[in-house]
Design a binder for this molecule. Sequence first.
Ligand SMILES: Cc1cc2nc3c(=O)[nH]c(=O)nc-3n(C[C@H](O)[C@H](O)[C@H](O)COP(=O)(O)OP(=O)(O)OC[C@H]3O[C@@H](n4cnc5c(N)ncnc54)[C@H](O)[C@@H]3O)c2cc1C
Length: 437
Amino acid sequence: MMPVVRLVPKYTDSNGWWETLPQAPSPRVLSGQIRVQTAIIGGGICGVATANRLAELRPSDEFCLIEAERIGNGASGRNAGFMLNLHSHGTPKKLDILRRNIKLWEAGLASLRRKVEEWQIPCDWSNDGRFYGAAGPDGEKHIDEIAETLDQLGHDYTWFDQKAMRERIGTGFYSRGLHAPGNALVNPAALMRGLARNLPRNIDVYENTPVLGFERESGAFRIRTAHGTVLAERIVLAAGAFLRQFGIGVGKFVPMGTYASLTAPLNERALAHLGTGQEFGLLGASAYGATIRLTRDKRLFVRNLFNFVPGAPLGAARVAEIAKLHRKAMAARWPALAEEPFEHSWGGVMAFTLGNGTIFGEYQPGLFAILTHDISPMTRGEAAGGLLAEYMEKLDSDLLSVQLSIPAPQRLPPRPFLDVGVALKSAYLHYVAGREF
Ligand SMILES: Cc1cc2nc3c(=O)[nH]c(=O)nc-3n(C[C@H](O)[C@H](O)[C@H](O)COP(=O)(O)OP(=O)(O)OC[C@H]3O[C@@H](n4cnc5c(N)ncnc54)[C@H](O)[C@@H]3O)c2cc1C
């Protein structure tokens, strides 16, 4: 049974990372019929990383990368821009899983760093690390758990007391902070655009070209889009939270929306309320705490809320409602900036699995799929994409063995039990995030 896609990504909100970049060149939309050895569907971090490595490994093959939206305007270009080497909330109980994940996160981060340097991608890459901020008794407990995990892993960090936090980021909202080095901060839309622009020449990139389905035809796949067709010997499905539309991962991951807002560049008066006024990235000590950034061009970024998004991403009107939560979070931290307007508010959908499982491999002859999920998905996706290409070419490496050791995701309960379970867990995590939300 070959898939018919019923839901394709379409955003009506305003992704600040994308909108504040110079205008992108017009997209190349697929029309007519083309033939390639391998078609990659989905131009997020997984799809772009897989395409890049495959094309390197098979320089005389022809590839195409087909993206429903613009590359840089899907989830991989809508996130908070933390390219993480390590991230963990909760008690440090599963260190073996964490150590395994760290290998993948570090490999992904190193690969991104190498590409950004080599290709001179202007994405405001910063190596300044990240803060965790604790507010309230639960936050205090959670930040101690983070420190304990870092201790057990032998990773460096520095404590910031309330006064030091106020001096650095201008607010006494956080009773304690912890600064950990190692990760990068970026403008993710700029990163994705740059990665796509530097793909090897044997990859044709098509954007604004949603794939509507595919079927097998004389040993190949016939991929259908609105105005064109691709005949491909192999397909890589890298459609992120939309993977289920292709019949892969159904009942295996939860599509969760999360939302962000970005101010205009702050003037001197507003910046005076932000401590040193230097760029920073801060994650809540609690899992559902707000993510805050001061960007290189002096905009404040706020992300919070997770909600179950079984259908299309929320439209601009719902996102505008959610932006009120961003304003509340900003006002709680910097009362003097309570009226600072947001220029852009947007949302994106990411995938959460049960039990840290993954989707990676060949699901039918010639049909491969990949999903990056849960924690630090950008660096993990960069690593997994390269590894999927190596797996497809039957190469072997220690890192590939690590990736292959990750189990498939556990099956989720059916709806409506899933809806109830997700709602209860989200409500609990929002509750314990308390003031950090
Ligand atoms: C607000 C927000 C903040 C986040 N913050 C962070 C963070 O700081 N760090 C981090 O690591 N992660 C973060 N994430 C999560 C991270 O962005 C995603 O998990 C990651 O980008 C997923 O990558 P992907 O390649 O699997 O999927 P995607 O980036 O979603 O790529 C899949 C692509 O497939 C395309 N597609 C889907 N269906 C079709 C179709 N039918 N035809 C053609 N193309 C199709 C989509 O348009 C999309 O571009 C955040 C996410 C959000 C929304």
